[in-house]
Design a protein around this ligand. Structure first.
Ligand code: NAG
Ligand code: NAG
Length: 246
């Protein structure tokens, strides 16, 4: 992101938005890491500009990526990405990114690295350039505690669906795929799934990232009616009910 008058506009309008009170919902997950930065220092200025940029950029395609440095006298670059789930409208995406920013800046007020995750979006920033690399740092699991009736069969079907979606997502323009699989036989049920990567990854790395987290399912969500694995670069979810817009 280069310095330009439109970026100044982004920042100003975003700063105004942050002053208007709105209810910030709690995320599914957040984490702060890295060193502390100096309040009102150059890293904070860069981070503010980066957040303004991501807020304006992300809703267009559901993905935003940028870095900011306020000229040569301010070397403390901030790098960030924001990602909305592939089916989320651009207005919901915008709301989610604004909430994500407000929440994470309050929760990690002076840390250089952080990630926050909601149903509709996720946001991550760092003082280290991480674009194009699989993130092995942040990971969290969520599950529906209800058991399925036939765990061995169900696990296999959920895995089959997610593996297929991983293949599709890795070559899709939005690096997002959602679908469903009928559970044949006695269980007249359907398993629904989705898989998504941040679009700075190559096709191959997206597939690798997704296959790895599908491999986590036995330890996180064995025999459960729903589960998610989320990392800074890719995420999967399955449920026995539809949870994304077709
Ligand atoms: C960062 O700041 C917090 C308080 O704001 C302090 O507890 C912590 O020790 C600091 N960490 C480092 C690495 O300086
Ligand atoms: C699910 O199954 C596990 C072990 O098979 C059992 O410990 C647990 O109580 C069950 N949970 C529910 C909600 O039925």
């Amino acid at each position: 992101m280069s310095s330009s008058s439109s970026n100044v506009f982004y920042f100003l309008s975003f700063a105004l938005l942050l002053q208007t009170a709105f209810a910030v919902t709690n995320p599914l997950f957040h984490s702060c890491s890295g060193e502390n930065f100096t309040i009102h220092g150059s890293y904070e200025a860069n981070l503010n500009r980066l957040m303004g940029f991501l807020y304006h950029q992300t809703p267009y395609t559901g993905f935003g990526l940028g870095s900011t440095s306020l000229g040569a006298q301010y070397p403390d670059q901030a790098y960030g990405v924001a990602l909305c789930r592939g089916d989320v409208s651009s207005s919901d995406c915008k709301t989610c990114v604004a909430e994500a920013n407000s929440y994470i800046r309050q929760s990690c007020p002076d840390r250089k690295r952080a990630m926050v995750w909601y149903d509709n979006c996720g946001l991550k920033y760092s003082d280290e350039k991480f674009f194009g690399q699989i993130d092995n740092g942040y990971k969290f699991y969520m599950l529906n505690t209800q058991n399925v009736t036939n765990p061995t069969y169900f696990n296999q079907k959920a895995r089959e669906l997610l593996s297929q979606l991983a293949k599709e997502a890795s070559v899709a323009p939005k690096m997002y795929a959602a679908g469903q699989l009928e559970l044949g036989g006695s269980e007249k049920e359907v398993v629904y799934g989705m898989a998504q990567c941040t679009r700075d990854l190559s096709d191959g790395d997206c597939k690798t990232c997704l296959d790895r987290i599908i491999g986590d399912l036995p330890s996180c969500c064995d025999g459960k009616q729903g589960g998610r694995v989320v990392t800074g670069s890719c995420n999967i979810r399955y449920e026995i009910y539809p949870f994304v817009k077709a």
